[in-house]
Design a protein around this ligand. Structure first.
Ligand SMILES: Cc1cc2nc3c(=O)[nH]c(=O)nc-3n(C[C@H](O)[C@H](O)[C@H](O)COP(=O)(O)OP(=O)(O)OC[C@H]3O[C@@H](n4cnc5c(N)ncnc54)[C@H](O)[C@@H]3O)c2cc1C
Length: 490
């Protein structure tokens, strides 16, 4: 970036009890993956950035724990190697030597059906022979290219049942949605929550035709671009777990992340730019990135000026209405002889049709090396989400017993775990329900008059770690382009 205008330092602010802080060019609020990667990419563009974080450590949802010789994740477990932005970040930050790809056997995934665990088909040949779908179910999938396009905004359930049939929905898509969103496919918007799948219908008229066209495109791209060939879709982490990415990026920021700093209000005027307040501390900046959950954004919008009060209120209501259900992740270790299933894969998903509250189980000691002692299995189990019954009202101990009872018939567990640790996420993952894109448009519309304000977080543009990183890179590029004369808003 050249000649980026210096943000702030517009003189003292006449409020006695407050301490005016040295003002950076860009302030990023929130040090989750959205905020930290935004800050890192902005610094790469030449900006001086300060990150303000409410909690005592960086990383947001990314929390790696060392416990009794095991290493486990409280939140996300891995990311998919399918985004150039993530590859750029890892390379640029010098993290390549710390990358750990999943073991080859971890490409196998299981789905529960009628009390048994079945391997999901991983290629068309296995698609013919799989027991996950019956022959009529498979034939219904084969009819997909002949199904017309939908005409209204559909839920994931409506879209998949229309295109691929009920069996495919019940045994593959419903558990997949639980696994990614902890969500209810009868509420999630196909356009918002599974945008890439929706785009296959929109652009190719069929998911199967679209997937084949994408495979061809990818092959051609790989033939001409060696970097694209490296994006092989494998699941990845780092030697020190996902939190290593966060601490490593924070260490590379020239301004240390300011922890224990809950931003309480943000105001704006054309003369002073943005005034960002936490307790008695006040910062001034021309460029502000809010990388915080939707309800926090609604709160921080309260003091922002608006030419249209009604649209501001509607945007705040839209943000507050984004549902974040509670999820608990329970990590636990067993001696190998306590589990009869070989756990030879990534993990298992539990469709709603199995009538369990457990959403799924990962097998981290099978996915990545050095996650547990050689004679132990490490499991991470997810419970709750949009389809939780009463499980989230139970005590931690009761929830553990509930999960063990759910898993027992599928995994053949004997006895109690050697240890277990629950992480309770009261507001886990934002649900992109019907109307979500309209909500995002309301927010963007209400803030469009404010220059230099950018919103980055998993409540918009995707919840996967790769989405957050890709969007952070794009935002940093847009911000720099706007400074160089473009007229783009965040
Ligand atoms: C249990 C679980 C499992 C998951 N598994 C996976 C997975 O395996 N793979 C995958 O790709 N994705 C997974 N996800 C999704 C992914 O982890 C999230 O979408 C992503 O981490 C969100 O990052 P973020 O920075 O947008 O938000 P957050 O991580 O929520 O970060 C927001 C940050 O802002 C801070 N903050 C909030 N308000 C303020 C304020 N007023 N002032 C200052 N700071 C503030 C918070 O303290 C927090 O640090 C999972 C999520 C959960 C919860």
């Amino acid at each position: 970036m050249q000649d980026a205008p210096l943000g702030g330092l517009a003189g003292p602010i006449p409020q006695a009890a407050e301490t005016q802080q040295q003002s950076p060019q860009v302030i990023v609020v929130g040090a989750g993956i959205s905020g930290l990667t935004s800050a890192w990419f902005l610094q790469q563009q030449g900006y001086e950035v300060l990150v303000l974080e409410a909690s005592a450590c960086v990383g947001g949802n990314l929390q790696t724990v060392q416990h009794n010789g095991c290493q486990f994740e409280r939140g996300p477990n891995s990311f998919m190697n399918n985004r150039q932005a993530m590859a750029d970040l890892i390379k640029g930050a010098g993290l390549q030597p710390h990358l750990v790809p999943a073991n080859a056997s971890a490409h196998k995934r299981f789905v529960a059906k009628h009390g048994d665990l079945l391997a999901l088909p991983s290629n068309p040949k296995e698609g013919f022979t799989t027991r996950v779908l019956s022959w009529p179910g498979k034939l219904r999938v084969a009819l997909e290219p002949f199904i017309g396009k939908g005409s209204k905004e559909e839920t994931v359930a409506e879209f998949v049942q229309r295109r691929l049939g009920k069996e495919m929905f019940d045994w593959l898509i419903d558990p997949f949605v639980s696994g990614v969103y902890a969500g209810d496919p009868h509420k999630l918007s196909v356009r918002a929550a599974t945008a890439r799948i929706y785009a296959l219908e929109k652009n190719h008229g069929s998911l199967i035709r679209g997937a084949l066209a994408k495979m061809k495109e990818k092959r051609q791209l790989k033939a001409h671009n060696p970097d694209a060939a490296k994006l092989d879709g494998a699941m990845m982490t780092f030697k020190g777990g996902l939190h290593q990415l966060m601490t490593h990026l924070a260490d590379q920021l020239l301004n240390p992340v300011q922890l224990d700093t809950q931003v309480e209000s943000v105001s704006y005027s054309a003369d002073t730019g943005y005034m960002v307040r936490s307790g008695d501390q006040l910062w001034q900046t021309d460029k502000l990135v809010l990388a915080v959950p939707a309800k926090q954004v609604a709160r921080l919008m309260e003091d922002l000026p608006t030419p249209d009060e009604a649209s501001m209120v509607a945007a705040q209501e839209a943000l507050r209405s984004i549902h974040y259900p509670a999820v608990a992740t329970i990590s636990m270790a067993f001696k190998k002889h306590q589990i009869s299933h070989p756990l030879d894969g990534f993990g298992a998903l539990f469709p709603s049709r199995e009538h369990l509250q457990t959403l799924g189980a990962l097998f981290p000691s099978s996915i990545f090396p050095n996650r547990a002692a050689d004679d132990e299995h490490l499991l991470t189990v997810f419970i709750g989400g949009a389809r939780a019954g009463d499980a989230m009202q139970l005590s931690t101990q009761q929830r553990l017993q509930h999960v063990l009872q759910d898993l027992q018939p599928y995994l053949g567990i004997k006895g109690q775990p050697l240890w277990s640790e629950e992480s309770y996420w009261p507001a886990a993952i934002p649900q992109y329900e019907l109307g979500h894109l309209h909500k995002v448009a309301l927010v963007d519309g209400a803030l469009a008059h404010l220059p230099g304000l950018y919103l980055r977080s998993n409540w918009r543009d995707g919840v996967a770690l790769g989405d957050c990183v890709e969007q952070a890179q794009m935002m940093a590029q847009r911000l720099a382009a706007a400074d160089q004369g473009g007229a783009l808003h965040g």
